[in-house]
Design a protein around this ligand. Structure first.
Ligand SMILES: Nc1ncnc2c1ncn2[C@@H]1O[C@H](COP(=O)(O)OP(=O)(O)O)[C@@H](O)[C@H]1O
Ligand SMILES: [Mg+2]
Length: 283
């Protein structure tokens, strides 16, 4: 088990007039190697929840265990080695003179030799398509998509067993988004690590995740496979969310042609299903 959350509640500013109950009695487990998408409205508690996973925020009540480490315990250093978090707009945190130094920043603080640091930065840069000549540039000379890849490299270079990304595609154009999600998928497949990402985009979650956790007002509203969650369009809409747009199209088609399978949530699956249908009926 990668992450165990037991009756977790979290209050910001406890005991002040600004007290805010942000997480309400949440329980779930995440297995090693899962690829989990967390969705929910702005303010539903997504960022608060993921910050519990490396002990940046700690339960007001309840427990969080990560790879067996109690986040309320003293072993935070080990915890942070195992959990890498890429925060929203991570490129805002780049600050070193060169891309190399920015990626290596976390490693420099550990007891690792310079040769090993260079080897790890090179390896991770290769994965992320960050060319050698970029490593010596200032991060401020890079494009938005490049900066984000550098920020992700700085987390991956620590070789976490759990990678968490808060809105990794926010503010990128469609090509940049596809690129980032292509990379994240590859890490999941090739490194076999647990990946948890927060997203507003139902399309991205349907395409990538094998499990979806829906937060609403600090509680877990739904938790299951993308198909089981997106099937419940009424429930999602009641809390101001929606299914991927393609699901609405497939439902409309099914109203006209009941033999069409409408349990479909990605464009790729829809292409196959509509192709099959057209061959049966019209070609
Ligand atoms: N530092 C903070 N101090 C007080 N309240 C906060 C703080 N950060 C978030 N909140 C509140 O906690 C709730 C959950 O916020 P957040 O976890 O950021 O949601 P999300 O990431 O889903 O948009 C919101 O009501 C938000 O206003
Ligand atoms: Mg957030």
């Amino acid at each position: 088990m990668s992450i165990v959350v037991e009756n977790l509640s979290f209050i910001y500013g406890k005991g002040t007039p600004f007290e805010k109950l942000a997480l309400k009695n949440i329980s779930f487990n995440i297995d090693s190697g899962e690829f989990v998408g967390i969705i929910g409205h702005t303010g539903s508690g997504k960022s608060t929840l993921i910050q519990q996973f490396n002990g940046l925020l700690k339960p007001t009540s309840g427990k969080v265990f990560v790879n067996g480490i109690d986040t309320l315990g003293k072993n935070l250093k080990e915890l942070r080695k195992q959990v890498g978090i890429v925060f929203q707009y991570p490129e805002h945190q780049l600050f070193e003179e060169t891309v190399f130094k920015d990626i290596a920043f976390g490693l420099q603080k550990q007891n690792i030799g310079q040769a090993e640091i260079e080897a790890r930065v090179k390896k991770v840069s290769g994965w992320l398509g960050i060319e050698q000549d970029i490593l010596i540039k200032s991060p401020f000379e890079l494009s938005g998509g490049q900066k984000r890849r550098v920020a992700i490299a700085g987390v991956l270079v620590m070789e976490p067993s759990i990678l968490i990304l808060d809105e990794p595609s926010a503010g990128l154009d469609p090509a940049g988004r596809d690129e980032i999600f292509g990379l994240i998928s590859r890490f999941h497949k090739e490194l076999g690590i647990t990946i948890i990402f927060v997203s507003h985009s139902m399309e991205d979650v349907a395409k990538l995740a094998n499990r979806v956790i829906v937060l609403n007002g600090g509680s877990v509203e739904m938790d299951g496979t993308p198909s089981s969650v997106f099937k419940e369009i009424g429930k999602l809409e009641k809390i101001g969310l929606s299914a991927p747009q393609i699901a609405y199209l497939m439902k409309k088609l099914k109203e006209i042609k009941p033999e069409i399978n409408d349990d479909i949530y990605t464009i790729e699956e829809a292409k196959i299903e509509i192709g099959k249908f057209l061959r049966r009926c019209c070609i």
